[in-house]
Design a protein around this ligand. Structure first.
Ligand code: PEP
Length: 253
């Protein structure tokens, strides 16, 4: 049985005061509940504030991105060791907004994944197709390419979570149906098995992301290959994020 993993991607939201309040509200709502791994991924400015707010809790801190060099003249960038130093346990790599808005390529993402692991961070690696790609029947080809960009036997599988995030479902309110999501998750797992072996792949978490909300989380989390969620908009409201975590917990009870 895989332990669900729900991560909140705060994107470019929240002042320090808002970040502190949201992190504390999540932690308060989780007290005594321990069936799901939970991570909060605030913007860089709020990392230490959130680290402080959750320091007595099992909630993990995550970054939303990092650069692959450990330090140097890279204005505006943050390195993986810096994230670790700020208290992060994990980092999101390859989010579609990084690919689309900032032009991140597979070659760059490959380096970022290695740098993150080297710095001791676990990785949430995002894959997913655009609407155009889905409608052209290329979903599996795109997801396979995204996986192939980074997967290799040198990665410790237990430190890697795959987030399947169909681009057409991110921030749009249009969620993949549980059947659509499960179909892609069931495509991903055997590809993980080709690289890591059957047992390791069976233990890996594959999150779904894309307009996960309290009212659709239970159906998604009930799917056999969906092991949690990467949540954007709904993670900015503590009650909604907690409801999604509860749906993930219920899926394994
Ligand atoms: C995301 O940004 O990873 C995401 C899934 O966003 P949303 O939940 O808002 O679609």
């Amino acid at each position: 049985m895989r332990r669900p993993f729900v991560a909140g991607n705060w994107k470019m939201h929240n002042t320090l005061a808002e970040a502190r309040a949201l992190a504390k509200a999540v932690w308060n709502g989780l007290r005594g509940k321990n069936r799901v791994d939970v991570a909060l991924c605030p913007p860089f400015t709020a990392l230490t504030t959130v680290a402080e707010a959750i320091k007595e809790s099992p909630v993990k801190l995550g970054g939303q991105n990092c650069y692959f060099e450990p330090k140097g003249a890279f204005t505006g960038e943050i390195s993986a060791p810096m994230l670790a130093d700020a208290g992060c346990a994990c980092v999101i790599i390859g989010h579609s907004e990084r690919r689309q808005v900032f032009g991140e390529t597979g070659e760059l993402l490959h380096k970022k994944v290695r740098a993150a692991l080297q710095a001791g961070l676990d990785v949430i690696y995002c894959v997913g197709e655009t609407l155009e790609e889905r409608e052209a029947g290329r979903t599996e080809a795109v997801v396979a390419r995204h996986l192939d960009e980074v997967l290799a036997g040198d990665i410790p599988p237990a430190r890697l979570t795959i987030a399947y995030e169909p681009v057409w479902a991110i921030g749009t309110g249009r969620t993949a149906t549980p059947e659509q999501a499960q179909e892609v998750h069931a495509f991903i797992r055997p590809r993980l098995a080709q690289v890591f072996g059957l047992d390791a792949a069976a233990a890996m978490r594959i999150q779904y992301g894309g307009s996960v909300k309290p009212n659709n989380a239970a159906g998604l989390m009930a799917c056999p290959d969906i092991d949690g969620a990467l949540v954007g908009g709904a993670c900015l409201v503590a009650a909604d994020f907690l409801a999604i975590i509860a749906a993930a917990a219920d899926s394994v009870s």
